[in-house]
Write a protein that binds this ligand. Structure first.
Ligand SMILES: Cc1ncc(COP(=O)(O)O)c(C=O)c1O
Length: 428
């Protein structure tokens, strides 16, 4: 029954029941943290065999380089090949680095600000105001980077097939200060959206007033399906090449959610020209990455097919957790008209929208009951969700029983806040 169609009395009765449930939960002194998309310890354990000495051997790469020593700026050949297969580009177009792709993104964006996007290009900080397109809801840490670097962010809505391309095309066509765009193209954080090939094609060929427009294509969840095969998707690098904008795409990923988030391997892929420029940047910064860890990962996985087989094991652990959240939403809130939720086929998050201006209260009420969710607003630039509706649910970390309790609390909080808003509006 749609809450919006209920009478004042009916709403008040439901509110009383839900408030009693809330008090009961509160008396249980619950303590659940659902704020970040961390893999559960069972998932981390899937990679423990990787710590075996056999994956290090004599510390030499296939072409005889000693991983214990300095050097090999762009990563060892076998890890570049593996990421090349993941990104669907030749290994020469890959740079493999340390443990964090976010760190590479921060670093590269800083370099564009200070040094420009290529040899002889004007640094962005010397070009006046710089703006970035931010599909929303999106990843809070992306937005934190652009905010930290003083880059103005422009919200663009995400639809089922990716960001609103009509709007993006109209923005970038005339404004040379729009220098780039964040994107999580597959199983997006937090919506789970998979960008369609048509959207990718339009991003690759759109006319940009800024010649040095760059798409930060964070393919963090590229092989992170919840069942079956990873979604097939057109390569942005290949599409940009086809449409004469080869340097537009920079693709990032890491093994953070394949092996260990604290001790994985991150990599980027881009055009031959860009890779040349990035190496010039990196050569001043470092003598080389942690090649022992790269060797460990490369030997452990060996092939792309083994990566996928490994990701299936993650999916077996993750899928029941996603199913649990969706089942509870359907059980508790279906047809109430007070919550919409995504039903992703991969990635780490479920995105929900409350009714107008409810999200921050839902999160606060849940917190007061011992259940922590990502702060409302954090899926938007500057932490400001203009409609105060979106909340990111991260089901990966807690065991299913804890998750079930946490989501039941969440549903009660959604009902209480929504009914209070409805009653308030009815009174006005
Ligand atoms: C979209 C996205 N990109 C990047 C990261 C972090 O990646 P890394 O561990 O490689 O720094 C996350 C982590 O949640 C993420 O959701």
């Amino acid at each position: 029954m749609k809450y919006g169609d209920l009478s004042h009395e009916e709403l008040k009765n439901i509110l009383m029941v839900e408030k009693n449930k809330y008090d009961e939960f509160k008396s249980m002194n619950l303590k659940y943290d659902m704020t970040r998309g961390k893999p559960a310890s069972k998932q981390l354990a899937l990679s423990d065999d990787m710590m075996s000495d056999k994956y290090i051997g004599d510390c030499k790469t296939s072409n005889g380089l000693d991983c214990r020593n300095y050097g090999i700026l762009d990563g060892i050949p076998e890890i570049k090949k593996l990421f090349g297969d993941i990104f669907n580009v030749p290994a020469e177009q890959v740079i493999a680095g340390g443990n964090s792709s976010l760190n590479i993104m921060y670093d590269l964006l800083s370099a564009f600000m200070l040094l420009g996007t290529g040899q002889g290009a004007m640094p962005w900080v010397r070009q006046g105001e710089i703006k970035f397109i931010c599909p929303v809801p999106g990843y809070d840490r992306h937005f934190a980077i652009t905010e930290r670097l003083g880059i103005k962010m422009i919200n663009v809505d995400i639809h089922e097939d990716g960001p609103d391309m009509d709007y993006i095309e109209s923005l970038v066509k005339n404004d040379p200060s729009i220098k780039g765009m964040w994107s999580v193209p597959k199983y997006s954080n937090p919506t789970g959206v998979v960008y369609s090939d048509e959207v990718i094609e339009r991003l690759a060929k759109m006319k940009c007033a800024a010649e040095d427009f760059r798409i930060f294509w964070d393919d963090a969840y590229t092989v992170h399906m919840l069942e079956g095969e990873p979604a097939k998707q057109r390569s942005l690098i290949e599409a940009c090449n086809t449409y004469g904008n080869p340097d537009r795409a920079i693709v990032f990923a890491s093994t953070s959610k394949m092996t260990y988030p604290g001790a994985g391997i991150a990599a980027l892929a881009s055009s031959v020209e860009n890779i040349k420029w990035f190496k010039q940047i990196y050569t001043i910064q470092t003598i080389g990455p942690n090649k022992i860890n790269q060797l460990r990962h490369a030997n452990y996985f060996g092939t792309y097919d083994n990566v996928i087989a490994h990701m299936r094991k993650h999916a077996e652990i993750l899928k029941p957790k996603f199913d649990c959240v969706i089942r509870l939403f359907e059980e508790e809130l279906k047809d109430c008209g007070i919550l919409e939720w995504s039903n992703p086929k991969g990635g780490y998050f479920i995105s929900v929208d409350t009714t107008y201006n409810c999200a921050s209260e839902v999160v606060a009420l849940a917190k007061n009951c011992g259940v922590l969710f990502t702060a409302a607003g954090s899926t938007f630039p500057y932490g400001k969700d203009p409609e105060n509706k979106n909340i990111r649910i991260a089901p990966s970390l807690p065991p299913v029983d804890d998750l079930e309790a946490a989501i039941r609390v969440f549903c009660v909080c959604v009902k209480i806040c929504s009914i209070e808003k409805l009653l308030e509006n009815n009174n006005n």
